[in-house]
Design a protein around this ligand. Structure first.
Ligand code: ADP
Ligand code: MG
Length: 418
């Protein structure tokens, strides 16, 4: 279906043509008409499928610019995602008088409230800051007609379940709720049963969790040889743009120190940095002014770096979902992309579970390991905070991991606030 077949405001059509969106992506085709019709919706869709515009177009269509109040609220798990959402909405709303704005932590609440007082129609927020502002400012949600919960599973993984429920419970008036998630864990089913009314359910996760244009490469390395292997990989693959994932802030900084003199155009981004710096890094990476970006998972989630040719898992991802989200940063919208994951011997159990869960046929760079042994992984694939890791201690005693030291810089180091 084409956008010009929809009954949209001419200003929106014009903007879409300028952005270069002509036909709807499958997610947009299956959700947009329901959203326009005012239905509640639960959509399961993979990353890079165009969910942002699937929401943004109907919101811009429905919002009344003459009423200077918040009429649509979008809740997202991270600041970067909030900014990305606002950018997309602002492009679509370019020829209208509709204002979109993001509120998130680490920035003056007074300034954000000042902007809100000037009239914001579509508000994008992270949960913590939204609740702060509901408690401490005159921000009210009484005029919200559409509430969007984006990346709902990630929101819950980050421990925002109560916050999300609080926001949902704040909106007692009649409104439309749209819930987007890559997976559908029990908590999300529970929330949707409690707060959504007769929702349309759309499931667009294909048999393969990742786009088909994505090549899944894996390379066996000894932990101390990863740096060498990475430099070699960069030399042979010559990525046009790559995101290098580490599991912790420390790991990112360490890798950056090791690479900055050896590789041109490399930067590091993680949650420990000042917001302005992160925003500017994202912008520069998006504009392809940076070739290599070292990042924690917070940088990977939901962000659209359309030009990245490679995603490199320098640290092995914690579970199958993290793998899907990291590698979903490349091969977006049918473009080709390569994911390269370094596997150390202790990652084998998690590797098997990722290959099985995501139905991946791996391309091995170099030596291929023997993965035929009995499955060692536990069932649990979504470790919670403080939860045990997949397959961590099922190995025979001599192969067990050493208990993690505090501030450990080892590759498996997780930092939930990264
Ligand atoms: P998701 O939120 O599902 O992960 P995004 O909304 O970030 O995906 O979209 C992924 C990419 O697809 C972005 O680069 C976006 O500009 C592009 N895109 C979205 N909709 C269309 C469309 N209808 N036509 C062409 N490109 C699109
Ligand atoms: Mg998205």
């Amino acid at each position: 279906m084409r956008f010009d077949e929809l009954d949209l405001k001419p200003q929106i059509r014009k903007a879409l043509a300028e952005i270069g969106y002509e036909t709807l992506t499958p997610v947009q085709e299956q959700t947009l008409p329901h959203i326009l019709a005012g239905r509640d919706l639960i959509a399961m869709a993979e990353t890079g499928s165009g969910k942002t515009a699937a929401c943004a177009v109907p919101l811009v269509q429905e919002v009344d610019p003459a009423r200077r109040t918040v009429q649509a609220l979008i809740l997202v798990p991270t600041r970067e995602l909030a900014l990305q959402y606002v950018t997309e909405i602002s492009q679509i709303a370019k020829h209208t008088d509709i204002e979109a704005f993001a509120i998130y932590g680490g920035f003056s609440m007074a300034i954000q409230m000042g902007k809100l007082d000037h009239g914001v129609h579509i508000l994008v927020a992270t949960p913590g800051r939204l609740i702060d502002m509901l408690y401490n400012t005159s921000l009210r949600l009484a005029d919200v007609r559409t509430f969007v919960l984006d990346e709902a599973d990630e929101m819950l993984d980050q421990g925002f379940e109560q916050d999300v429920e609080f926001v949902l419970s704040c909106m007692v008036h009649k409104h439309q709720t749209l819930l987007f998630s890559a997976t559908m864990p029990e908590e999300i089913k529970r929330l949707s049963q409690k707060y959504l009314t007769d929702p349309v359910q759309v499931e667009l996760i294909k048999e393969h969790a990742a786009p088909a244009s994505l090549e899944h490469c894996f390379q066996l390395v000894k932990p101390h040889q990863r740096l060498e292997a990475l430099l070699e990989l960069i030399k042979t693959e010559k990525p046009t743009q790559a995101i290098l994932f580490c599991n912790s802030r420390n790991g990112c900084d360490k890798l950056y120190d090791q690479l900055k003199k050896k590789v041109d155009s490399i930067e590091v981004i993680h949650g420990g940095q000042d917001q302005n710096k992160r925003t500017s890094l994202f912008r520069r990476f998006k504009k392809q002014q940076i070739t290599y970006m070292i990042a924690t998972d917070i940088a990977g989630r939901g962000l659209d770096f359309a030009h990245a040719s490679h995603v490199i898992n320098y640290d092995f991802p914690q579970n199958a979902e993290v793998y899907t989200h990291r590698t979903g940063r490349t091969a977006r919208m049918g473009r080709k992309g390569r994911a390269v994951t370094f596997c150390t011997p202790r990652d084998m159990a998690r590797l098997k579970s990722i290959l099985r869960q995501n139905k991946i046929t791996p391309i091995w760079l170099g030596q291929e390991p023997d993965l035929s042994g009995p499955p060692k992984t536990g069932r649990r694939t979504r470790p919670r905070r403080g939860g045990k890791q997949v397959g961590s201690n099922n190995a025979p005693p001599h192969k067990r991991r050493r208990p993690r030291r505090k501030n450990s810089r080892s590759s498996g180091d997780t930092n939930p606030k990264s």
